[in-house]
Structure formats: C-alpha cells, structure tokens
Design a protein around this ligand. Sequence first.
Ligand SMILES: [Zn+2]
Length: 277
Amino acid sequence: MPEGDSLFRAARSLHRVLAGHAVTKFETAYAHLDRVNVDTPVVGRSIERCESAGKHLLIVFSGDLILRTHMRMNGSWHLYRHGERWWRGPQAMRVRLDTADWVAVAFDVPVAEFVTKKQLETRDPVAQLGPDLLGHEFDRDEAIRRIIVSAARPIAMTLLDQRIVAGIGNVYKSEVLFLSSVHPEVPSSAVPLPTLERMMDIARGLLQDNVLDGTSPRIQTYRNLRQLNPASEHEESLWVYGRKGKPCRKCGTPIESKKMGLDARTTYWCPSCQTIR
Ligand SMILES: [Zn+2]
C-alpha cells in the first residue's frame, strides 16, 4: 500500500503538469468509466486540479466531474511525454489522460470511478476518511479521539485504518510506533494522551519530510522507488521496518516482527525500546 506521502507526491506531480490544461484524449480499460465518458465526454474538459485525499487520488475536471482512483497495493500513476516509452505495457493501463504536452497513465489501479463534487462529499469513501496527516489543517484532536474510541484494537492496526487517521501505510506504521516508543500490540485506548499527541506529530513530520524533497515531475510511489533501487537510501534510513533480526539502531536488541490484522501486514518493532504497553 503506498504511503500517504507518495500519493501526495503523485498528486502534486500530476497537478504541476496537468492543471489548467485541456484533455485531448481519454482512454480506459474500465467499462463503467467508458460509459460515463460516452455520456459526458472527458475530452475537451480542462483539468482544474489533482489532489490526494488520504489514499485516494482525485483528478478534478471542469463541469463537475471528478476521477477518483485508489492505488491499493499495486496501482500507480505515471507521467510521460508523448512518444516516450511506458514503464508498463498497455495491458496494465487502466486510465489514460492526454494533454497537449503530457500523457498520464494509471497502471493497475483497482478502484477508479467518476463522481460529482456532491457525491464525493456525501456517499463516497473520501467523506469517511479521518483527519488527513498531510492536510493543511490537520485536526490532531479529532484523530486522537478516533484512536481512543478504537478501544481494544491494537494501536498498530488502528494507525492503518484510514477512517481513523488518513495517510499512514504499513512502513510508517512501524516507524511511527518505534519513534513513539509504543509497543504495536498495546490497546489503542491504553496509549497515554501525551504519547498519542507526540505520535501524531511524528507521523505528520515523517510524511511531510517525504513530500518536501519531491521536485521533479516524475511520480514515485514507495513501491516503484524500491523496485528501481532495492538498496535505496530510503530503505537504509528506516529504523525498524523490514529489519527483522537485525540489531536495533538505538540499543542493539534484535528487531522482532509479526503479522497482524485481517490482511496480515507485518509489523516490526524493538522489544527493548518500545516499552509503552
Ligand atoms: Zn531498541
């Protein structure tokens, strides 16, 4: 699952090159999108903006039409110049949007739909997202309130729930817990309030740090970053994630790991440093 920051970066890259430009071509492998396109053509509309809302990427067109995509595990958006070779073959293409200068391609996005502004605000999953860690005005108190009402659920699972707080993926989950000294299995309501406040500040800081350095218009999800360069500095800079059995960078104790939750995502932690439980 891409972290909130990589989606934020993807949205920003798309926004930088697409916003204010007219759509010159629209193609999709999804019949439900194609049907909307036939009824209310996308070609000719201008792209007003591209933004992320939690794990959703929104492309807002003129005339009250919004394309909402969700990357889940394998989806990604890429930008190309006309004629440039694609990273994936055309069979992985789900949505293609052209402007005069750019081609934006969504590969393997499992969720894509057209909605109106009103639908987005009411029935759409975006409306159910918790406070967005990368939002201009992150509502920390509301995020903490939602964490506390998660009661007995382990904090590691609560942090991944986008309805509680939007933006944390599996990597940052482990990192944030380590940096907050909190054991991943502690019940959500048992984490002391000052610790939750610190945890939210750390999560916001980590996500913000990772969006600030993205200056090129290439889209990098965490996933393709690792594929391109498996031993990337990004990987090297992690405290616990992916480091099972290796010595803790603070105390030397071997890092432990465990699959937690319905879809069994692996959580990593240091048993000596993460004492709040
Ligand atoms: Zn340690």
